[in-house]
Design a binder for this molecule. Structure first.
Ligand code: CU
Ligand code: ZN
Length: 183
């Protein structure tokens, strides 16, 4: 019995050492505090602007300033599953960023795609400014949004139709990158 206990203890010690080694091997680099997206219009459209994502204690602050939104008041606004704007209609950006396998929803819903940011509210000049704190987005870790795309849609996201809120075509696309803190 004494030997058994000793063997078990040795094994646990060995397992603990191995685990520590694995943890040490993962290099994480500096944490991203701020990300930036430059929105470019898709073919035949005029949506352009800048979106930033900034880590705060409460969550990720989303600030957007987008112009060229035309006469529609609300425009669906999401992070999409590929950082790929090369298609002239931005279809290459795929569906909504959804690493947790949730249904489509609005930004304040607990069940939503991680990329569901609701709508950009445009004024009569077709310019939208938005500033809010989001509790789902992450700038670091395995669900980080860095490298994915932000899409601006032609129409309003109704925040419930599956799978994408019936927001219509894609009028602007940009890639989320690590922001230069001096800008
Ligand atoms: Cu979208
Ligand atoms: Zn969605």
């Amino acid at each position: 019995m004494k030997y058994l206990a000793l063997i078990l203890f040795s094994f646990l010690l060995f397992a603990a050492c191995v685990q520590e080694e694995i943890v040490e091997e993962v290099y994480e680099g500096p944490a991203t505090e701020k990300a930036v997206v430059v929105i470019h219009p898709t073919e035949g459209n005029e949506a352009s602007g800048v979106v930033t994502f900034t880590q705060t204690d409460e969550g990720v602050r989303v600030q957007a300033e987008v112009s060229g939104l035309g006469s529609e008041t609300l425009h669906g606004f999401h992070v999409h599953e590929y950082g790929d704007c090369r298609d002239s209609a931005a279809m290459s950006a795929g569906g909504h960023f959804n690493p947790t396998d949730m249904p489509h929803g609005g930004p304040t819903d607990t069940e939503r795609h991680m990329g569901d940011l609701g709508n950009l509210p445009a004024n009569e000049d077709g310019i939208a400014t938005l500033d809010f704190i989001d509790n789902h987005l992450q700038l670091n870790g395995k669900h980080s949004i860095i490298g994915y795309a932000v899409i601006v849609h032609e129409r309003r996201d109704d925040l419930q139709s599956q799978p994408v809120g019936d927001a219509g075509g894609r009028i602007g696309c940009g890639i989320i990158g690590v922001a230069n803190p001096d800008f």
